[in-house]
Design a protein around this ligand. Structure first.
Ligand code: UD1
Ligand code: UDP
Length: 377
């Protein structure tokens, strides 16, 4: 690696929600260690408590905090606020490059604000596509729009790269890096942090998370009644569900599942305890993007409670299965895995199609090359 010039490159890393902190933390750490980079962390705080919980876990703090979250926020207000406040920040900070990860409103607005200021934008976790603008909503649009405003695309897998090439993105702008979630997971999995919830060690554990907008209303009700029925049909299991604070989710989950024997509803877990819960789980039910990537790397079968996924690699490898937010399919497929050891073993093989734990290193190398700070390897 050769350094070129003494003025550091200022990289503004934007984070807004829980998964963005988890997936950007390895990149922020790698930038902080790079002698040619000056890393600044901007929290939009689209999430407040969930964001702070993760910043604390990773030992990070925000240099700039826009503190935009309001209760039950709507997309138009959130988007409008963010564009204006991000623009003001970019004018003050004058970064050389802006980075954001994924497909949230924070990411789309960061890409657009950088574009308006003619500052290059680097998209971490680029190229994921469900090929359906309506689902996941609004994430498919967010990542498409952010992608087309990006100067650098950090695609986690060859499939993500192929999606970008099909959309006319120049090959030299795309770097296949792996997903930074695997970097974060492998580091966190080295330590065994207690979950902090009194579970029964004699029962098999099913870990559940759900939060998607597509599932608000009837679908999340079906997920809840399916989880309840699984507990009735399989008397040796217990469920741990750290409940997302979204007001469209939490009251529904609590009204159906509070007080049901062997179902533990808890506050969102910090990353260390959540990784321990994934490791202890027999089975994971989720509509989360990140959990779909982590479960296969830990060898845990994952039922994806969505109708489609922008993460086809694990499904094609047979270690994840789409079941929709559909009561009958969730009960049937969970039942099969809980009672058929052969079906279980087929899905519990352990595969990591999303990375090898070195994604952040590759991303920082590519940024150094792009900004002329280090020569091409
Ligand atoms: C957001 C992202 C979604 C991502 C998810 C990760 C958008 C449109 N959605 O969804 O892509 O998968 O984060 O979890 O960008 N709330 C709190 N405290 C918190 C966080 C949220 O009370 O720490 C409540 C607030 O009432 C807030 C609401 O949840 O208004 C919704 O938050 P929002 O970020 O708009 O949507 P999520 O469903 O969390
Ligand atoms: N996660 C966590 N604690 C929890 C639930 C999830 O640390 O109580 C982590 C999980 O390991 C994954 C990420 O949060 O890395 C996923 O976040 P979420 O499901 O909110 O968002 P998505 O990935 O769907 O965008």
């Amino acid at each position: 690696m050769k350094e070129d010039g003494n003025i550091p490159t200022t990289v503004l890393c934007c984070v807004g929600t829980r998964p963005e902190v988890i997936k950007m933390a390895p990149v922020i750490r790698a930038l902080q260690a790079a002698p040619w980079a000056r890393c600044r962390v901007l929290a939009t705080a689209q999430h407040r408590h969930l964001l702070d919980q993760m910043l604390e876990f990773f030992g990070l703090s925000a240099d700039i905090d826009l503190n935009v979250m309001t209760a039950n926020q709507r997309l138009p207000e959130l988007t409008a606020q963010l564009i204006v406040r991000l623009d003001r920040t970019l004018a003050e900070e004058k970064p050389d490059i802006v980075l954001a990860q994924g497909d949230t409103t924070t990411v789309f607005t960061a890409a657009l604000a950088a574009f308006y200021r003619r500052i290059p934008f680097g998209h971490v976790e680029a190229g994921l596509r469900s090929h359906n603008l309506a689902s996941p909503f609004p994430e498919e649009a967010n990542r498409l729009l952010a992608g087309h405003l990006s100067a650098l695309h950090f695609a986690p897998t060859p499939k993500a790269r192929a999606n970008l090439l099909r959309e006319g993105i120049a090959d030299e702008r795309i770097h296949v890096t792996g997903n930074t979630v695997i970097d974060a997971l492998l580091t966190a999995a080295e330590t065994s942090t207690p979950i902090g919830v009194p579970l029964d060690p004699s029962r098999r554990l099913i870990l559940v998370t759900a939060h998607r907008r597509d599932s608000f209303g009837e679908p999340i009700r079906q997920v809840c009644t399916a989880v309840r029925e699984i507990c009735v049909r399989h008397p040796d299991v217990q469920v741990l569900w750290p409940v997302h604070p979204n007001p469209q989710v939490r009251p529904v989950v609590e009204s159906i599942l509070n007080g049901v024997p062997h179902i533990h509803l808890c506050e969102p877990l910090s990353y260390g305890p959540f990784v321990t819960a994934m490791k202890q789980a027999t089975l994971i039910l989720t509509d989360s993007g990140g959990v779909q990537e982590e479960a296969p790397a830990l060898g845990k079968p994952v039922l994806v409670m969505r109708n489609e996924s922008e993460r086809p690699e694990a499904i094609e490898a047979g270690v994840a299965m789409l079941v929709g937010p559909n009561h009958d399919r969730i009960v049937t497929e969970a039942g099969r895995l809980l009672s058929d050891p052969v079906a279980y073993a087929r899905m519990a093989r352990g595969a990591s199609p999303y990375g090898d734990g070195r994604a952040a290193e590759r991303i920082v190398q590519a940024i150094g090359e792009f900004t002329g700070k280090i020569s091409k390897s």
